[in-house]
Write a protein that binds this ligand. Structure first.
Ligand SMILES: [Ca+2]
Ligand SMILES: [Ca+2]
Ligand SMILES: [Ca+2]
Ligand SMILES: [Zn+2]
Length: 326
């Protein structure tokens, strides 16, 4: 949800973010020698940008004394379809949800998700109700998995107040620090400014991103593993979509967010991309191809409706077969 008077605030927020990044990095932007600055798609550059992003977010979380840290970022990059995962705390295997974790007001052994209806419209012309239905279907791609039988995926109603936090960390004058309403939050479709703040100079190449936060101890500020499974304890996951795609007045008018996109179309199918992102929300990484999987990096618009493949199912089982036991 955008704050009121966004026009006035936008430039200031962007400048503040750039200044902070500059202080942090030295050089926040990659500028070509000839001509105006332009996007680069080198994967090393994007990885460096994601690392800088994680440092920035964690510095702010620390300054705010928030009891969470950003542990993992996944950016869905178009143009080659590459995806990159940043993993911050390398001495741990990664992070997992802890069943019944009171710190995130867990709904018992269920995992909850919410769709921010206030950011659900797309510049490509989809209504919020339409994208919400597609996001629900993307969760429905995973829900029937045998190894999720003990992990119901429960939808929470949009409470109407601001619920997401990363938008505020990136552009504090434009967006509110929300009160999370679920474990997994579809934060909505955001203007290019948010993606400039996310990974400067790669903003036009990022279709969506997923961020996973973990808990730190409120007193010692150390990372926690309360259930001693060898994994950090996941606190929150948020998914953001880039509304520049399909914006008639933007730089990518011919590559729109759409519903039921046929194979071969340049458009992006909301349900398919969201199903991949929700896989990250559940804790999955990338694998293949081969074999074919929802969690292949960059696989979108496969024929027919999205569905899980055997390797997706076995990956889910490796995380959840013994849930709620570690
Ligand atoms: Ca927010
Ligand atoms: Ca939002
Ligand atoms: Ca743990
Ligand atoms: Zn991914």
């Amino acid at each position: 949800m955008r704050r009121t008077n966004p026009r006035l605030a936008g430039g200031v927020a962007l400048a503040a973010t750039a200044a902070l990044l500059a202080a942090f990095l030295g050089t926040p932007r990659v500028v070509a020698d000839e001509g105006p600055p332009r996007a680069t798609t080198s994967s090393a550059g994007l990885e460096a940008a994601l690392d800088a992003h994680m440092d920035l977010v964690n510095t702010r979380l620390e300054a705010l004394r928030a009891p969470i840290r950003l542990a993992q970022v996944e950016a869905f990059q178009v143009g080659g379809g590459l995806l990159r995962v940043g993993n911050r705390f390398k001495r741990y295997y990664g992070q997992r949800w802890v069943p019944g974790d009171e710190r995130r007001a867990a709904d018992g052994e269920r995992l909850t998700y919410v769709v921010d209806q206030s950011d659900g419209d797309t510049a490509s012309g989809l209504a919020s109700a339409t994208t919400e239905a597609a996001l629900d279907r993307s969760v429905g791609v995973w829900a029937p998995e045998r190894c999720l039988e003990a992990v119901p995926l429960v939808k929470r109603a949009d409470p109407g107040h601001d619920l997401d936090i990363l938008d505020n960390i990136l552009l504090p004058l434009d967006y509110e620090w929300g009160t999370p309403a679920a474990d997994i939050q579809f934060a909505g479709w955001y203007p290019i400014e948010l993606f400039i703040a996310f990974v400067p100079s790669f903003e036009g190449a990022i279709l969506a991103f997923s961020e996973t936060f973990v808990f730190v101890d409120e007193v010692t500020l150390e990372l926690t593993d309360v259930n001693r499974d060898g994994y950090l304890d996941t606190a929150l996951n948020e998914i953001y979509f880039n509304d520049e795609f399909g914006d008639p007045s933007g730089t990518r008018p011919g590559r729109a967010w759409a519903i039921d996109v046929p194979t071969g179309s340049p458009d992006f199918d909301v349900e398919t991309v969201a199903a991949h992102e929700f896989g990250h929300s559940l804790g999955l990484g990338h694998f293949g191809p081969p074999p074919r999987a929802i969690m292949n990096p960059g696989a979108f618009n496969p024929p027919g409706r999205p569905h899980t493949y055997p390797s997706d199912s076995s990956a889910i089982c490796s995380l959840y077969a013994s849930w709620p036991l570690p």
